[in-house]
Every structure is written in C-alpha cells, then in structure tokens.
Design a protein around this ligand. Structure first.
Ligand SMILES: Nc1ncnc2c1ncn2[C@@H]1O[C@H](COP(=O)(O)OP(=O)(O)OP(=O)(O)O)[C@@H](O)[C@H]1O
Ligand SMILES: [Mg+2]
Length: 434
C-alpha cells in the first residue's frame, strides 16, 4: 500500500510517462490536509476533448499509484475559473524535474519551512536556532548581546521561545521587566489593539555600559493569562477587508515596527528549538541574514538537521536559505577538545555537502564557476563550526543575570569569542558602518 513518502516520487513517475500532458501547463497538484492529492486545472481545458482525455488518464493513474492518498478518478480534477490569478498567490514547490507542475501542500500548521522571505536590507537580523534544546543557545545569545553592547552597539533582543521563555530574565532583573511581551502584542493585534502594548513591551538592560540592549520578552513582568494568550498567538488576523494575515507575517510586521522604533544595529532572535512552528517563522519569515545552527555533536543533531536540509531541497528553496546558515559548535568540551571539534566539523561537512552544497563536476573550480561548495577545511564555510566553549562558570547557573552583572570581557571572549568576532563584520557591512 502506498504511504505518504511515496506520493511525490510516484507523481514524478506519472508525469514523466505522460508526455501528452506536456501541453497542459501550468498544473497544480493539491496535497490536502489529509495527505490526499488531486489536480487543480484551468477551467479552459474543459472545452478541449484531447486535454480532458489526458487529464482523465492522469487521474486514473494517480488513483492506481497512490491508492488511499488520491481522490477517486471522478473527484480528482478541480477546475478553477480564475486559475491564472490564483497561481501566483499559492505557496508551492516544483515537482522535481517536471516543468510547470507545482505541488501546493496544505499543512495543519502554518509553518511550512519553505516560503523564505527576502533578506531585510535595512536591519541585521540574526536568528539563534538549534535542532535540539538545552545546548546553550539562549546563554550564548545573552552573552553576545552583552559583548556587542560593550562595543557600543545598540542590540535588540527578542525572546521568541514563547513556549518556554527565559532569555529575558538573563538580561533583565525582575524590577526592570516591561509590562508586556510578544505574546501580548500578538493577541492585541488580532483586535487592532497592538498599540496599547507596543511602547511597554521593551526594556533596556542595565548590563550594557557603552551601547544599549533592548529586550523584548515573551511575556511581561506579570505573565497574566499566558496560557490563554499562547493559545491565540498563532491565529491569522482577519483584516477589515476580509483578507487574512498569517501569524508569521504579523510577527514580521511587529519586528519591522520594533526596529523602526528602537533603531538597533542588530537584532538577535532566540528561536525555539526543533522543527517547530515558531522556529519555522524565525528561520524563514523574518528575513534574517544569518541563522546560527547550534550543534552538539551526535546522531540526533545531524539526523534532525538533515530532515530540515532535505525539506529545503525538495521544496526548491535551498538556494535562498543556505547562504544564511552558519553552524555553531555548542558547548565544546574542555577535555578532548580537538578530537571533539574535528568530529563535529566532519559530521557538519557530511550533512552540508550531501544536502546543501552543489556538486562540483570534475575539472570545475567551485569559486570560479559559480558553484556553491566548500572544502571541509575551509574556515569561511557555513559548515565550519564557530566554537562556543563549555565553561564551568556557565554550567547550571542559578541566575545568568547575576553572572553577567559581574563578568569581565576576557571571560566572555574566551568562551564566546568566535561567535562575537564572527558577528561583528556582518553587522558592520549591512549597516554600512565603518
Ligand atoms: N558555554 C556553556 N558552558 C557551560 N554551561 C553552559 C554554557 N552555556 C549554557 N550552559 C548551561 O546549559 C544549560 C542550558 O543553557 P541554555 O538555557 O542557554 O540552553 P538553550 O539551548 O537555550 O536551551 P532551551 O532549548 O531549553 O532554550 C543552562 O544550565 C546553562 O547555564
Ligand atoms: Mg533557550
């Protein structure tokens, strides 16, 4: 019996066989919420007997090949009168190797990990992501924010780990926390009331001496009815004209507003870990220029990242996202450091070279021939991990804020140096600073 993962390969086979269908283009394949497929075709083909014979044949073949994952041949064709207008609006990916045939994939969640928004050219946005939790992502973000502020930067920090927030407490003591947070704004925005909380969802951290750290927490000093709010933040907004704005777009609008208001040199975003709805929005919808992939070496880490990388490849967006990625080696151990680091680098290279880098044909030179590929030992390559050291001073801290209050720059540099030094030029070039 055909299962979900065979749907796409079998569709490719069907369209490869059906040469007669080459004239009936473009075509949309709709994979619905239950994982059942049918074709969406322009109504104009209804009048064309030859086209209808071919389409019926495809419908028949789909039912035979896909079984429970296809509609009956009779129900398999959906005719769309405004096909030409609908087509550009659909979020779709190409059926690999078949020209002008696209798959529209309906998910129960809105984070589909594959509609990548264009780079933001005005502001530097950096996302801290990890496929597994508890790898020191939020700690590294807080320390980086501190170090950048020490260098005089204005740093905006967003805690988007809405389901287990905590970053803000590492940068703000309780008496400085703002009244509201991101969840409050997302809920108020649904009823056109975002302005009521906008000014009171940001607080400045007293940790910064030379620059500024603006912290936007997940919730305010009083979390309030946080569970009830969290259950609503993902809602699409129905606008006055009846159109729907999906929540990642609402989040993106909030970020635009915050940057306009606070003019940061850089925005650091703490994403949720794993293949999660919020993480999807952070990585793909917020136009970030750099996405840190925190990694501790292990099978779970790399099998997780490979799932994501593969998805970007099959959904045809790999080129848009891959140049934004940078592996960060999380909590590099104190003992056996070199062996561990080399192992991590090797596994990172395996995953990147198999899933993301272009193949370099014999005789070609990647850098000269516009091929996106890197040697394993290329320090500037995205797979080459920027190391963050494990340090006893940061292990099992009761209060990161307490730790950062008395910290000296040298200690931060020893542990997080490569991350901070790697970030500085990204900020400079994008903001056009000297
Ligand atoms: N460089 C480090 N060296 C030693 N311990 C660290 C380091 N960074 C973080 N830790 C400790 O590891 C634990 C997890 O850190 P943190 O909360 O920053 O991870 P995270 O990846 O953000 O986790 P989550 O996925 O739960 O948000 C904490 O106890 C923290 O104090
Ligand atoms: Mg965290």
């Amino acid at each position: 019996m055909t299962t979900f993962d065979e749907i796409i390969p079998k569709l490719v086979e069907i369209f490869q066989r059906q040469e007669d269908a080459a004239n009936i283009r473009p075509l949309l394949i709709n994979r619905d919420l239950n994982g059942r497929v049918r074709l969406i075709v322009d109504e104009k083909w209804k009048k064309d007997d030859r086209a209808m014979t071919v389409l019926d044949k495809i419908a028949q073949e789909m039912k035979e090949a896909l079984g429970p994952h296809a509609y009956s041949a009779k129900q398999a064709l959906l005719f769309e009168s405004s096909f030409e207008e609908t087509l550009p609006r659909e979020i779709k990916f190409s059926l690999e190797g078949i020209e002008d045939v696209y798959v529209v994939d309906r998910l129960a969640t809105e984070g589909n990990w594959s509609s990548i928004s264009a780079l933001n050219t005005t502001y530097s946005r950096i996302v801290f992501f990890s496929i597994k939790g508890g790898v020191g992502r939020s700690t590294a973000l807080a320390a980086t924010a501190w170090a950048l502020a020490e260098r005089g930067k204005r740093v905006l920090v967003l805690d988007l780990d809405l389901e287990s927030p905590g970053l803000s407490s590492s940068l703000l003591p309780e008496d400085r926390r703002p009244a509201f947070g991101i969840a409050d704004w997302l809920v108020e925005d649904l009823v056109e009331n975002g302005d009521a909380v906008f000014e009171d969802m940001v607080a400045t951290s007293a940790l910064s001496h030379n620059g500024e750290i603006f912290v936007v927490p997940a919730h305010g000093v009083k979390a309030g009815e946080y569970v009830a709010k969290l259950g609503r933040v993902w809602m699409p907004k129905v606008c006055f004209d009846g159109s729907r704005e999906l929540w990642p777009k609402r989040l993106s609008r909030l970020l635009d507003g915050l940057e306009k208001r606070w003019s940061p040199d850089v925005t650091l975003i703490d994403s949720r870990a794993g293949i999660d709805e919020v993480a999807s929005a952070c990585l793909t919808d917020l136009s970030a220029s750099t996405i840190f992939l925190f990694a501790i070496d292990g099978d779970q880490t790399w099998s997780g990242y490979r799932i994501l990388f593969k998805h970007w490849r099959t959904s045809g967006v790999v080129r848009e996202i891959r140049e934004r990625l940078q592996v960060v080696g999380a909590m590099i151990p104190e003992v056996g450091t070199d062996d561990y680091y080399h192992g991590l680098r090797e596994r990172a290279w395996d995953a990147f070279s198999e899933e993301l880098y272009d193949e370099v044909p014999a005789g070609a030179i990647a850098t000269e021939d516009g091929i996106w590929s890197f040697d394993e030992s290329d320090e500037g390559a995205p797979h080459f991990p920027w190391p963050v050291r494990w340090h006893r001073g940061f292990a099992a801290l009761r209060s990161l804020h307490g730790k950062l209050t008395g910290i000296d720059a040298e200690e931060v540099q020893t542990i997080f140096g490569p991350l901070i030094d790697g970030l500085l030029p990204i900020i400079k070039t994008e903001r056009g600073e000297p």
